[in-house]
Design a protein around this ligand. Structure first.
Ligand code: NAD
Length: 495
């Protein structure tokens, strides 16, 4: 592999401002003997510390949240809505600082980090609005003589486990509906990116969320954490976002106490481009669906399935977009691709490229392999990827665009669905009929139609098959934290 040109360096002003945010949340030095160091993926330097809490300390957090939860459940929906709205306002007031922290600990570009703040805060605003709605219904029994009243009660203490790729949005997408529904929460952020979540929880408290209601537990031993807290009878809900393999472990643990479970798991999104697609729109959609967050998104386009007639032009357009990207620190002006989250990710991505090329895929870009320090991997386009290449069968989670070609619609749909995952899919065509037919045929929870970023706080995000259970965002996301009960009210006829 050829070596790349120089990586872009961080703007020292942004880097210094980010360090100040770490100090603001009190994470700039280790305050306990066993602390987890947090690293900047740009140069592997230590940027802060969080406590490494053990299982007993996690259970103490459960106790504190549980105690605070009783009065929270008794608050009015309007009160909860007002507190959430103040939290939203604080997230927006502090958007620049939150974005700096996200870039510092996770590596994504400042532009992507700012977009995450908008997206993440939107869940808080949405559930501030939703808290006062969706509290129950009244229905007439079809045979008459009774009213059926549904009551939406808080499910109880929720354990929320989040990944590193969207350290703000994955936390707010869970905490906001839990609070709106009237539940206390224990949130465990990923050990790679705990600072943003700690900052968001600190702002929630400033906004009026009772001090103990949302407990952030940082730990390097996620297994000990989940074994302890999911066995505690006070816990009634687990909501997890992360890999399918860990999701399965958590579902097994959740089975012991029959916990209400939401699982937002991995994906292998097909991105289907038909000959009748608008080329420019398809290339732009592909670029954003692949490269947002450096490709480290669960709904990132994983397999580009492109029809024969448009394939050469599409590959040329996307290659041009990818090669024009500047790689470097998320704090560098003009940067389009930041570092990967860690070195493990870089080795995995290199292995995927080597495997695909070894099986006959054509490499259309170069300069993806960088020398450390820093966990860098440049954007790659692989054309003519065989269906059995690892890059086509597993979740890439990085900036590798893998293109396969097809000739018929039936073939495209069959190949798109030939995976155990079912999170997101994309279809690009100018035919409305085809758009709906193909969208209906894709076995995914989410479909972007001529759209590379389908996520929205008002939409029910989630997967089918091994991509998960339940939905986040929208009205459905609130129900994940509610038990729906019904009363059958008998009515005696008065006539
Ligand atoms: P991961 O599964 O390794 O970790 C996710 C979280 O689970 C982290 O907080 C981790 O510490 C914790 N964890 C790991 N083992 C655990 C255990 N035994 N018990 C309890 N917690 C445990 O995933 P990751 O590498 O952080 O994130 C990448 C994965 O997340 C990808 O597969 C991606 O598709 C998925 N993801 C899915 C969505 C979605 O909405 N469906 C969104 C973002 C990321």
């Amino acid at each position: 592999m050829s070596k790349p040109d120089t990586l872009l360096s961080p703007d020292p002003m942004f880097r210094a401002a980010a360090a100040k945010v770490v100090a603001r949340i009190g994470a700039d030095r280790a305050t306990v003997p066993n602390a987890i160091p947090v690293h900047d993926p740009h140069d592997d330097s230590v940027i802060g510390y969080v406590p490494d809490l053990d299982a007993d300390q996690a259970l103490e957090a459960v106790s504190r949240a549980d105690a605070a939860g009783r009065s929270w459940a008794a608050t009015t929906p309007r009160h909860r809505a007002d507190v959430l709205r103040r939290w939203y306002d604080l997230l927006i007031d502090n958007a620049d600082d939150i974005a700096l922290l996200i870039t510092l600990e996770m590596g994504k570009t400042l532009a992507d980090a700012r977009a995450e703040v908008t997206y993440g805060a939107d869940f808080v605003r949405w559930y501030a609005e939703e808290a006062t709605r969706h509290t129950g219904t009244v229905r007439e029994a079809p045979t008459g003589g009774a009213q059926l009243l549904t009551r939406h009660a808080p499910v109880g203490l929720a354990v929320l486990i989040t990944p590193w790729n969207f350290p703000l949005a994955m936390a707010t997408r869970k905490i906001a509906p839990a609070l709106a529904a009237g539940c206390p929460a224990v949130v465990k952020p990923a050990a790679l990116t705990p600072l943003t979540t700690l900052f968001a929880v600190q702002l929630a408290v400033e906004a009026g969320v009772p001090e103990d209601l949302v407990q952030a537990v940082t730990t390097s031993d996620a297994g000990a954490f989940s074994n302890a807290v999911l066995a505690d009878p006070r816990v009634r809900k687990v909501s997890f976002t992360g890999s399918t393999s860990v999701g399965k472990v958590l579902l097994r643990l959740a089975a012991n106490n029959v916990l209400k479970s939401s699982m937002e798991l991995g994906g292998n999104a097909p991105f289907v481009v038909f000959d009748d697609a608008d080329l420019e729109r398809a290339v732009e959609g592909a670029f954003i669906a692949k490269m947002r967050n450096g490709g480290q998104s669960c709904i990132a386009a994983n397999r580009f399935l492109v029809q024969d007639g448009i394939a050469d032009a599409f590959v040329e357009g996307l290659t041009e977009r990818l090669t024009s990207l500047r790689t470097g620190s998320g704090f560098a002006p003009g940067v389009g691709l930041g570092p990967m989250v860690d070195h493990k990710a870089v080795h995995r991505l290199q292995g995927l490229v080597d495997d695909a090329v070894g099986r006959g895929a054509k490499l259309r870009t170069d300069a993806h392999s960088y020398e450390g320090p820093g966990s860098y991997f440049g954007a790659v386009l692989l054309d003519h990827v065989p269906g059995d290449a690892e890059v086509a069968t597993t979740e890439i989670f990085g900036p590798i665009a893998a293109v396969q070609r097809f000739s018929t619609q039936e073939e495209a749909v069959a190949r798109a669905n030939d995976t155990e995952f079912g999170l997101a899919g994309y279809v690009f065509t100018e035919s409305l009929d085809r758009a709906f037919t193909v969208a209906d045929s894709l076995a995914t929870g989410i479909v972007g139609i001529n759209q590379g970023v389908p996520s929205n706080a008002a939409a029910p995000f989630g997967g089918i098959k091994e991509s998960g259970l339940g939905r986040e965002g929208s009205t459905e996301g609130l129900e994940e934290y509610q038990e729906i009960r019904f009363y059958n009210l008998a009515l005696r006829s008065t006539s």
